[in-house]
Ligand binder design. Structure first.
Ligand SMILES: NC(=O)c1ccc[n+]([C@@H]2O[C@H](COP(=O)([O-])OP(=O)(O)OC[C@H]3O[C@@H](n4cnc5c(N)ncnc54)[C@H](O)[C@@H]3O)[C@@H](O)[C@H]2O)c1
Length: 251
């Protein structure tokens, strides 16, 4: 598959860690030149251009997108992946936390896509891929705010796909199940019994283990690829069957 993205430039938000880092590395391996927009650009994977950007700050996003295009000459693929979590029921999270999580997870994707649009319109194979979540499509306990944010990402994906079809820009979404990234490591570190919590998360996935960041990255690369020119407005679940299967409990 090497060379699939030859000549193309991709931008990955939140590409300094976890799923985003796996996406950035995968796109580089397949021939793209890749910019990583992150709060922590020093941690961007080798072979990528790390650019500091805060997706909650429109000026920061615009400056970062300009820098990418100035340095790499064009922009063809945007992966809106930067995200933060929240735990609790609707009774638990204060308004400021709602604003903060929606600002990063939803408006972050809006700001980056908006700044990228003029460049994507010039691309012969433009694609936006949003990182959603299983939380967008099933009811998980203690995830009211996070689920609302990812439900919005899913709806935004479809609306943007309709709006920008005529611009030649495909827009799709990947919904991971619980994935083995530093994010989940931080979550487990806070649990009373991290090993038991990890086992519970693994058992929740029908295939009995956490999703690998690389498995999500390969789905993102599929959707971003010029080879997927007829795929838009859709979602790929990378969740070990969590969304669609009703299996018997594992022995
Ligand atoms: N890990 C999971 O189980 C899981 C499951 C489903 C969906 N997701 C989604 O995948 C995406 C990546 O998650 P991850 O597990 O790799 O997390 P992670 O915490 O390992 O990485 C997130 C990255 O986003 C960056 N970031 C956070 N806020 C930012 C901001 N305001 N501006 C720019 N960059 C910012 C961080 O610096 C970090 O590099 C998120 O959108 C998350 O909601 C994760």
């Amino acid at each position: 598959m090497s060379g699939e993205f030859d000549g193309l430039v991709a931008l990955v938000t939140g590409g300094a860690s976890g799923i985003g880092a796996a996406v950035a590395t995968t796109l580089v391996a397949r021939g793209a030149r890749v910019a990583v927009l992150d709060l922590d650009p020093a941690a961007a994977p080798e072979g990528t251009l790390g650019v500091r950007a805060d997706v909650t700050d429109d000026a920061s996003v615009r400056a970062a997108v300009d820098e990418v295009v100035r340095t790499l000459g064009r922009l063809d693929v945007v992966v809106n992946n930067a995200g933060i979590g929240a735990q609790g029921t609707v009774a638990d999270n204060p308004d400021d936390e709602w604003r903060r999580v929606l600002d990063v997870n939803v408006l972050g994707a809006v700001r980056v896509s908006r700044a990228a649009l003029p460049h994507l319109r010039r691309s012969p194979s433009a694609a936006i891929v949003n990182t959603g979540s299983i939380a967008a499509t099933v009811g998980l306990p203690q995830r009211a705010l996070y689920s609302a944010s990812k439900g919005a990402v899913l709806a935004l994906t479809r609306a943007m796909a309709a709006d920008h079809l005529a611009d030649g820009i495909r827009v799709n979404c990947v919904n991971p199940g619980t994935a083995d990234t530093p994010w989940i490591g931080r979550l487990l570190a806070k649990a009373d019994d991290p090993a038991a919590e990890r086992a519970a998360l693994e058992a929740r996935q029908p295939h009995g283990r956490l999703v690998r960041a690389q498995e999500v990255a390969d789905a993102v690369a599929y959707l971003a690829s010029p080879a997927s020119g007829s795929t838009t407005g859709t979602t790929i679940a990378v969740d070990g069957g969590m969304n669609d299967l009703r299996t018997r409990p594992r022995a």
